[in-house]
Design a protein around this ligand. Sequence first.
Ligand code: DUC
Ligand code: ZN
Ligand code: ZN
Length: 485
Amino acid sequence: MTFDTVIHDGTIVGASGMFKGDIGINEGRITAIAEHLSGGTRRIDAGNRLVMPGGIEAHAHIAQESASGIMTADDYLSGSISAAFGGNSSFIPFAAQHRGQSIDDVIATYDSRAAPSVIDYSFHLIVSDPSAEVLEDQLPRAFARGITSLKVFMTYDLLNIGDGGMLDILSVARAHGALTMVHAENNDMVGWMNRQLAARGMTTPKYHAISRPELAEEEAINRAIMLAQLADAPLFVVHVSTAGGAERVQRARAQGAPVFAETCPQYLALTRDDLDRPGMEGAKFMCSPPVRDAATQEVLWRHVRTGTFDSVSSDHAPYRYDETGKLMNGADAPYPKIANGMPGIAARLPFLFSEGVVRGRITPEQFVALSATNAARIFGVTQKGRIAPGLDADIAIWNPEVTRRVTLADQHDNMDYTPFEGMELTGVPEIVMTRGQVIVEHGQLRGAEGQGRFIARERVDMRGRSGLGTKETALMHSDEAGATS
Ligand code: DUC
Ligand code: ZN
Ligand code: ZN
C-alpha cells in the first residue's frame, strides 16, 4: 500500500483507549492504522508524542454581531488560524439571527463570512425571532442543509424568546431531529439585580458577577430541562458555570433525559476576583454567565471528570479592550453597557490538557472525548472526531512535555489581550492537520486562506438516550402520527 502521509511511532489516543501505532493517510482520509506502516510520500515522526483527533471547537463567536451591534474582533480567517494553533481542525461558530431577519438571509451572510476559513466549519443557528415562517419553513430548510443545531436565549431583552418560544423551537427541532442549545439564565432575576445595583451606584465591572446570580442559572437550567421534557426534545446546555446548574444536568441525565452540556475554561480558571482588577481591567473578564469562585471551579472539575459535561468549549467571544469592543460605550461605561465575552479559542485545549491531563484530573482518553469525539457525535459531524479508517485525517500531534507561558502572541487571534496571560501550561499541539493537510507545524502556519470547507451535519444522535416525554406529549405525538398515516 502507498500513502500520501504516514504518521509514525506515535501514541494514538481515542476516547476509549490508547496504543502505539502508525497512521496511513491518502487523499485526506485515514486509510490504515497498524503497528507499523512503511512508505509514505511524507513521513511524520511522532515518537514520544500523543496523536489525537483534531479538536472540534463547538462554541465560538466568529464574525458575529452581538444583539447590540458589536462585531467580534475575529473573522473566519483570524478565528480559524487561532483555533488551529490551539489544536483544532474544525469548528462550529454561530450564525445569529437578529429580530426581523430571515434564517435564509442569515445563512447566506455567514456562508460568505466563513469562506476564508483555514479549517472546516459548520454553523449553529441563533434564533431570536421564532415567527411562523421561521418555524414552519426556514428552520426545516436549514436543518435539511445540514445545519442541525440552534441556540436560544432565556436572557437578554433582545434575544430572550420566552418559555412559549422555547417550546415552539424545541418542538420543531424534535420533529426534524435537530438539537436545541440553550443559554440558561433567568432574565427577570438579572433585570431585578441590575436595577438594585444601579440604584446603589454599583456599576463597575465587578458588579457584573453579582448581577447574574448563581440561582439565575440554576433556575433557568432547571426550567429549560423541563421545557425540553414537555416537548420530548433533546437539549444541550451551553457554558454551565455553577454547581447547582451542573447538578440539575447530572440529575436529568441520571433519569435518562437526552440532556447534553458543556462548561468552559474560564469557569475552571478564573474567579470573580478577576473582575475586581484595577480601573476597568475587570471588563476583560466579563462574560455571561459570569465566572464564579474557587469552590465552584472544583465542583465543575468533578463534573468534567465524572461525565456530566460532554465537552469543554471555549465560548470564544472576542471583544477587544478598546473602543471597538469592551470600551465602545466609553472608558468608564457601567457594566451593563460593556460587551460580554472573552477570547479563548487557542487556549481551550492547552488549558484542558495541562490542567486536566497533566494535573491528573482527567485521562488522555477523556481529553479526546471532551475536545472532539463527543462534539462530533452529538452535533452530527460523522467524518471527524475519531482516528479510524475512512474518517477525515483531522489529527493533532501533541508534545505532552513542553511547558509554555500563555502569551497574547501565541493566541494568533485578532485580540489585544488574553484572559489566560501568564498561565504556565504543559502540552503543546505541534502539528495540526485538516483532511490530511498540515495547517500548523511547530508554531508556523502552513494552512491557506479558504482551505476550510462547510460541514453538512447529520441529525442529533439519540442512541442510548431515548428521552423521557410526558403523557401529555405522548398524546400529541400519537395525534401527529395519526394525522400523517
Ligand atoms: N453567551 C455566549 O454564549 N457567549 C458570549 C456571551 C453570551 O451571553
Ligand atoms: Zn450564551
Ligand atoms: Zn457563546
